[in-house]
Ligand binder design. Structure first.
Ligand code: ZN
Ligand code: FE
Length: 241
């Protein structure tokens, strides 16, 4: 596995992800909400910064970009369709684009729903999915711009990815998501076990991420919704939970 991902906590519950390619030594940061924690993580590891990968335009995913650009001059990657509301992009991308990350490739997957211009990145060489605010552990992103049908379709664009895929989400929402998931699916033993694990991890101050896609397929009510209508009802129920 050439590329590895490590969570950098930011703000109250955001995760930025530090990507390193062991073959080329290239370094990337995904969705820096703040510059200072990213700089601290890079300095501690003795690393520079070659890339910033953005999933969507919200401030809690982009506010750290200007300071990191000024300090490291990384290549900034984001959706060309959202170029007007993202920090200045050096590499505008679109569905199916392959971004070369020191030999490893990040594949761009357009996932409208949370925002219309939201993209995810998949790194086969490392088995890493960076879904931003599209897929959370035991939950999914709120529908700020897209429809439930769009979000349902977006989540199912991950269907061809392996169960072992490490899902590196944009927020630590798992513990509160677990309460809703258990209310919807109380008999699910895999979910019960995951909820207990999550509770223990959070009590110990540990992140609940990354989580495998296989675990999410077994436990996440939004991935388990049988169709777009059921998904829409679930999303509305969660908004009012
Ligand atoms: Zn967002
Ligand atoms: Fe967010």
């Amino acid at each position: 596995m050439a590329v590895t991902a490590r969570a950098i906590p930011m703000l109250s519950d955001n995760y930025s992800w530090l990507l390193t390619d062991s073959v080329s030594g290239k370094v990337g940061i995904v969705d820096p909400a703040e510059a200072a924690p990213a700089i601290a993580a890079l300095e501690t590891a003795g690393l520079g910064l070659d890339f910033i990968f953005l999933t969507h335009h919200h401030n809690d995913h982009t506010d750290g970009v200007p300071e990191l650009v000024a300090r490291y001059q990384p290549v900034v990657v984001g959706n060309q369709a959202d170029a007007h509301r993202l920090p200045k992009l050096d590499r505008p991308v679109y569905e199916g684009a392959l971004v070369d990350f020191g030999g490893a490739k990040l594949r761009v997957i357009e996932v409208p729903g949370h925002t219309l211009g939201h993209i995810a990145y998949y790194i086969a060489d490392g088995g890493i999915l960076l879904p931003g605010d599209t897929l959370f552990s035991l939950g999914c992103g709120r529908l700020f711009e897209g429809s439930a049908a769009q979000m349902y379709a977006s989540l199912h664009k991950f269907d061809d990815l392996p169960d072992e895929t490490l899902v590196c989400c944009g927020h630590e929402y798992t513990e509160s998501n677990a309460k809703f998931a258990l209310a919807m699916d109380p008999e699910n033993t895999a979910l019960q076990a995951r909820a207990a694990e999550v509770k223990a991890l959070r009590a110990a101050g540990q992140p609940t991420l990354p989580v495998t896609l296989g675990m999410e397929r077994a436990t996440n009510p939004f991935l388990r919704a049988p169709d777009a209508e059921a998904f829409a009802k679930l999303r509305t129920a969660k908004d009012n939970f």
